[in-house]
Design a protein around this ligand. Structure first.
Ligand code: UDP
Ligand code: MN
Length: 251
C-alpha cells in the first residue's frame, strides 16, 4: 500500500489565517494518501477552521489545544525566545499514536507550519522514508537555503550561516519521520520547549536518530521544495477594519 503522509499543522487565529490554510490545502490537493492533522492553538475549535476543512475535500482531523501561558511569549520577550506550536505538534503526534496502527497503515509524519510554501513534489519524496528523511529549506539559517549537504545517500554536512551549533541544524520543515519511529521504537518521544533559540527540532530528533542515520531526499538534497516564507501582517487592513462601520462581512 502507498504509505500515508500525516501532515501536522499548528495554526492560530489571525487576519491571514484563511489565506495561509488555502495555500497549504492547494499544495496538498493532488497528493495521494495525505491526511492533514490541523491543530488549533485555541481552547475551542473555531468555525472558520471547521468550515474551511469541511470544504477542503481533503482527508483531515481537526484538533485543538491552547498553548499554556507558561510557554507563551510575553510582550517583553524576544521573538525567538519561545518556540511556537510545540504543544500542538505533540498533540498531533499523540493523535497518531492513539489512532493509527503502523502495521496496517504505514506512513510518515511531517510538521508543516501554516505560513511556509510547499511544492507538492516534496510529499512523494518523503513518502518512502524508512526512518528520518531530510532535505534543504529556503530562507532559513540566515542564507538563501539551509540544511543538509548530501552525497551518495549520506548527509556529509550542513549548510547555514546561523545555527550550526545545533545537534541537528535543520528547520522544522526540513524533515519527515516514519511513524514506526514514533509509535513503535520511541513511543514517548516528543518536542520539548527549549529556551535556546533554534533547538526545537533537535529536541525531538536527538531522542530518535543520529546524523549518520538521516536519509537524504529530493533526491540527495538537491532541490528546494519548501520555502520558509513568513507572511507580512496586513497592517492597513487591520487598522482600517477597526475604524470601519460594520456592513456585513463576506465569508
Ligand atoms: N503558531 C501557533 N500559535 C502561536 C503562534 C504560531 O500555533 O501563537 C503556529 C503557526 O501557525 C505556525 C507554527 O506555529 O504553524 C510556527 O509559528 P511561526 O510560523 O510564527 O514561527 P516561525 O516560522 O517564526 O518560527
Ligand atoms: Mn513560520
Amino acid at each position: 500500500d502507498l504509505p500515508t503522509i500525516f501532515v501536522v499543522t499548528p495554526t492560530f487565529k489571525r487576519f491571514v489565517q484563511k489565506a495561509e490554510l488555502t495555500r497549504l490545502s492547494q499544495a496538498f490537493k493532488s497528493v495521494k494518501n495525505l491526511h492533514w492533522i490541523v491543530v488549533e492553538d485555541s481552547g475551542d475549535k473555531t468555525n472558520l477552521v471547521a468550515n474551511f476543512l469541511r470544504n477542503s475535500r481533503l482527508k483531515y482531523t481537526h484538533l485543538n489545544v491552547r498553548t499554556p501561558d507558561t510557554l507563551r511569549r510575553h510582550k517583553n520577550e524576544k521573538r525567538r525566545s519561545k518556540p511556537r506550536g510545540v504543544v500542538q505538534r505533540n498533540v498531533g503526534i499523540q493523535w497518531i499514536r492513539n489512532n493509527i496502527d503502523p502495521h496496517r497503515t504505514p506512513g510518515v509524519v511531517y510538521f508543516a507550519d501554516d505560513d511556509n510554501t510547499y511544492d507538492s513534489r516534496i510529499f512523494d519524496e518523503m513518502r518512502w522514508i524508512k526512518g528520518v528523511g531530510v532535505w534543504p529549506v529556503a530562507f532559513t539559517g540566515a542564507v538563501r537555503w539551509a540544511g543538509p549537504v548530501c552525497k551518495d545517500g549520506q548527509v556529509i554536512g550542513f549548510h547555514a550561516k546561523w545555527g550550526l551549533f545545533r545537534p541537528f541544524p535543520i528547520d522544522m520543515a526540513a524533515f519527515a519521520i516514519n511513524i514506526k519511529k514514533l509509535l513503535i521504537d520511541f513511543p514517548k518521544a516528543e518536542f520539548l520547549s527549549p529556551e535556546k533559540a533554534g533547538m526545537l527540532e533537535s529536541s525531538l530528533l536527538t531522542q530518535i536518530t543520529t546524523i549518520d542515520e538521516l536519509e537524504p531526499v529530493t533526491p540527495n538534497c538537491s532541490k528546494v521544495y519548501v520555502w520558509h516564507t513568513r507572511t507580512e501582517v496586513p497592517k492597513d487592513s487591520i487598522i482600517g477594519e477597526r475604524r470601519m462601520i460594520k456592513q456585513g462581512t463576506p465569508s
